[in-house]
Design a protein around this ligand. Sequence first.
Ligand code: CP3
Length: 368
Amino acid sequence: MSTLLAPASVGPRRGIRSAGNCLALPEARWNSRFLKATRGEAVDRTPIWLMRQAGRYMQHYRGIRAGTSFLDLCKDPARATEVTVFAQEWLGVDAAIIFSDILVVLQALGMPLEFVGGEGPHLPQPIRGPSDVDALRDPLQAAADLDYVYQAIRQTSAALAPDIPLIGFCGAPFTLASYALEGGSSRQFAKTKAFMYREPDAWHRLSARLAATCAHYLNHQVAAGASCLQIFDSWVGNLTRDDFREFVAPHLATLVSHVVDGVPVILFGTNTGHLIDLIRDCGADVVGLDGTVELGDARDLLGTQVAVQGNLDPTLLFAPQDRLAAATRDVLAQNAGRPGHIFNLAHGVLKETDPEQARYLVELVHGG
Ligand code: CP3
């Protein structure tokens, strides 16, 4: 028997404009540029942070990572804090994101997980059939086991400047299910889709269990000091609109609806230009835009009730500074001064990136 959540209907989400009674946030953080933008309030400058802002492109990270495994670094709150805070301060970005990984949730649910040098994640015992879904651990217990993440969040939240919010995160049910079924990264998602189409009941049980685990996990992160949450549905862009509605939206909406009041939720996935209105309707406060849409068009489509985040192509950080500056100004011009824009890349910082270029981008955005 596992602890699941009451389902939510797909539709707009509860407000985030008041702090609710379970949120203890310093005033400077509540009134930060970044959190104001998530709420669609006016800001002095466009806030910016970068997905994967702490990572292998930074020498500081490589130094701390040397001699340990990636997962051991994630499980060491002091060093996870150091990596998170260094990246925020060195880049001068308006928010920090806690250093961790979306896949620690699958490990907590009982699936062995390893990161083999340079090749990305590997889950040697993937889900092969419906009985494997029912053998996963209970969501409440799994979320309680991730205490090392909550410790890292408590330490990081205390170490950051008072006006810098900390973003907590998790993977979305679809993206986590794809790793659980494929056993690692994938291009075609053949096993994921075969399971989804052929075992729809087990697919929905798996997604419901992932949603419940992530809801508890996110709320623990808020209790520890996260003041914004991003849900990564990195690979959901591989689905059609119809499949998104049937196999994904109910679980994503349930997950978002169980996040405590007052904490903005950013929903992000790659190749999702055709899905952004459906993603908004799962209750996003901020829709993360990838490179398959122009920001101006996305804002016209999504309307004024939701903020957006994005969406400079990460490879532009390889370009000469004048080209990078022109592309950055283009993204800002597409927003055309509308409130509720958080600048970011269209996906994470690539490991070949020159950190100075990332820092230059932050200056450009702050300079307007
Ligand atoms: O700075 C940040 O953004 C916070 C840290 C963070 C990591 N992973 C660190 C990491 C975050 C938010 C993630 C999320 C994550 N992890 C996603 C969703 C984001 C996305 O990119 O769409 C996904 C799909 C994963 C799964 C994952 N973890 C993969 C596919 C890989 C291999 C990637 C690679 O480039 O090798 C990881 C490993 C990983 N996660 C690293 C880092 C810094 C590299 C680990 C190392 O030091 O070797």
